[in-house]
Design a protein around this ligand. Sequence first.
Ligand code: ADE
Length: 999
Amino acid sequence: MGASLDLALRMTFQLRVCLVFATVRIVTLTDPSHPNQVILLDTTAVLGELGWMTYPVNGWDAITEMDEQNRPIHTFQVCHVMEPNQNNWLRSNWIPRQAAQKVYVELRFTLRDCNSIPWVSGTCKETFNLLYLESDEPHGPGARFHAADYGKIDTIAADESFTQTDLGDRVLRLNTEVREVGPIARKGFYLAFQDVGACIALVSVRVYYKKCPSTLRNLAAFPDTVPRMDSSSLVEVRGACVENAEERDTPKLYCGADGDWLVPLGRCVCSIGHEENDGLCLACRASFYKAFAGNIKCSKCPPHSFSHSEASALCHCEKGFYRAAKDPPTTACTRPPSSPRNLVYNINETTLLLEWDPPGDTGGRKDLTYNVVCRRCGGPGQPCDPCVSDVRFIPRPVGLTRTSVAVQDFMANANYTFQIEALNGVSGMGRAARQVANITISTEQAGPSLVGMVRRDWSSQNSIALSWQEADQPHAAILDYEIKYYEKEQEQLSYSSTRTKVPSAIVTGLKPSTVYIFHVRARTAAGYSSYSPKFEFSTGDEDSEEVSDQGQVLVIVTAAVGGFSLLVILTLFLLITGRCQWYIKSKLKSEDKRRTQYQNGHVPFPGIKTYVDPDTYEDPSQAVHDFAKEIDPSRIRIERVIGAGEFGEVCSGRLRTPGKKETPVAIKTLKGGYTERQRRDFLREASIMGQFDNPNIIRLEGVVTKSRPVMIVVEYMENGSLDSFLRKHDGHFTVIQLVGMLRGIASGMMYLSDIGYVHRDLAARNILVDDNLVCKVSDFGLSRVLEDDPEAAYTTTGGKIPIRWTAPEAIQYRKFSSASDVWSYGIVMWEVMSYGERPYWEMSNQDVILSIEEGYRLPAPMGCPVALHQLMLHCWQKERSQRPRFHDVVSFLDKLIRNPSSLLTLVEDVHSLPESPEDMPDYPLFISIGDWLDSIKMSQYKNNFIAAGYTTLDSISSMSIDDVRRIGVSLIGHQRRIVSSIQTLRLQLLHVQQSGFHV
Ligand code: ADE
């Protein structure tokens, strides 16, 4: 027994040596270094004694050796393989769990395989047990060890044992095993290792828990975070912006169970004066600035500005340079302009024209304007006074953008000094002297002297007849007189004026029982006289008939002459438009029966096929299959991208057909990542288009559905969409060419309405033009087109509708029909005749709806034949059954094309009445110039009209485009809009006169 024990001990000792120190090489199977681990215990890092408990004391051995750097290597060994019933315990010190809920225990050990030990009996084991015990504090020194208190974590077996290499080395395989322990509820725990008769060397024990380590992401700092026990739920962590950064969207990360950060959301951006560098926000250097928070770099100071300090949000202007209040900090600093150059004048009859050149130095700005200061000087040595308000400047005395101004109503025989000052957005900043150009002008020609006494000849409720004495000795022929008048009560708040060539006038349109003030002045080639003193006269009351005999004669004569003129004008108008009107009327009658059906829905023509709604198919891909040819993608060559559709790019390319010439095509693609619904919606257009066969409808070549990308291939239209094509070629076409385009569109629409298809989004942007100017209707797909159309807006009923193009009944209660398509067609006519102008200009959608409801209709575009505007007005009948059908439209346009002289009468040439007042749409009656300009969104020109003496609607009705230009409307688009509206107004005025109203 003693000999065998001795042998056993010797062997145990040898084995210990073999276990640990006979190792020639240690092969590490795993890499234990992880930054997301918080170490609670690492035996390899403990410098002093470990002080672990063994039970019984001769079970586990603690062996501490020193490595090359003189650091201790703590090893625990046990190898009682020869003795049965082993129960040897090794217990760690108390390990506080800190923030951990779950801990990981990593053991590195060697375990000898029993077969490799000579003479071992069946008592040899190849496993050991790992156990733990939770407690809130370490057990006291005298506490007894109770093995039963420990809970088992796992039985640990070796993966590897001693092995022999080919070279005969003895290689000790070091096992690494990791076990999870938790949840741990108490403040700490003990680990225990139970040996039941194995030969083990425990080389190291590491205990750690996992955390998501503090990190910087998207300029936000995230703290160390311990994951949840439950590995499927993440911990949401809010980041804090780094210094000099600010939140855009709340920065967030999620901490996963393995200590990895997941799903970054939100971000911070560097504040003003700071830029991002290596995850931090650093101050801009001197001479650089950053005016806005964001992840952009600091910029160099703009010209004429500087920043001496770091972290500048703004660069300051150099001396003498400024920024206007509205200038962004990114712009260069600028200065006031120098004075205008080469100021000259030219007197032409009653107008003095001042002209100059722009200043040599604009100060670096583009917002140059000019102000005119006028002074009138008496004789030599006499002082100069500011010009009184009766000198008129056209377009105005201040804020001029052109380098000229016309002066009117100046006094004859006077000296004037004019100063022209150039200004820009920074004029008046700083103390720089004003830079002006001066000129002194003498109006040498003698002007007329004062008008004599003004008398009232008679008055009625609404009129006063005046006469006055001619100037005593006029030095020049009097061209005319101007009578300025206003209500005494209103005293100059607003005034009206009228002109007459004789020294008398009947001022009409006055209020009954109201006192008016009158001034009269004369005009000769040399200019105006000053106004006469004021004369007060009142109109009669409602009951009085204070009209002199002479007055009655005048009224009767005026009425007779007026009536006769109206008769002549009316006859002329009937001659011009009668044929068209008659045509439309007779056509309307013959179609009356069909119209009722048309109003209620589609009635197919016998023998004409009917459109099939692909949505009625149970399987939408069957509709595609039925109506569209599948094209082999190898036949398609894509050449370039020409646009972007809702579903993907639109490209141009070529389509090869065996035995035929390659054809140019447009290819609509469906971008990757689409849903089934998007694919169905995309292909719906092909199932619709594939049913059409008409030269004015875009032709479908086929589809690619069996490979990616999914494509719709249609004929190529060289000139793209009609609206942009017209805008690009403004004014380039003859009326006949434009009518030809309109005829094509109407013919395409006639085909669609015949087969029962309602387009719902007919607009110039949805018409394509080929290189022969043939127009074809495109963009099909029912509701989808409206989603796609940038013009479509949501109505109060929730639908998305292109308001400006849509008939009122379709907007109000979604009654879409071929009749509502006809309304849209009228708008397309207007778009074509105005070369792509936006219908109703900048009016809001809400205002468009209201004004249509009130009876307002778009006026004829400039240069539009009367016949076409009449057709537009018919398309815009409120009552949809009254609108023409597309058949009517096509034959009407055909007649016009066959008889081009019918297109010669332009709206601006018509000074007569329409065929009958019932045919006139119910236009609103404007009451003042201001209202009228407001209604066409041209209010900015109110002062130009008033300053030029156009104070009544009557007075503007004879204005030509030249007049409009002359009063200072310089933009061609605005000139057009005003002139078109004047033409319509002229018709309205005639209509109103005929009905006996006064405007
Ligand atoms: N843009 C959209 N469709 C087109 C087509 N068919 N031809 C030319 N340009 C287009």
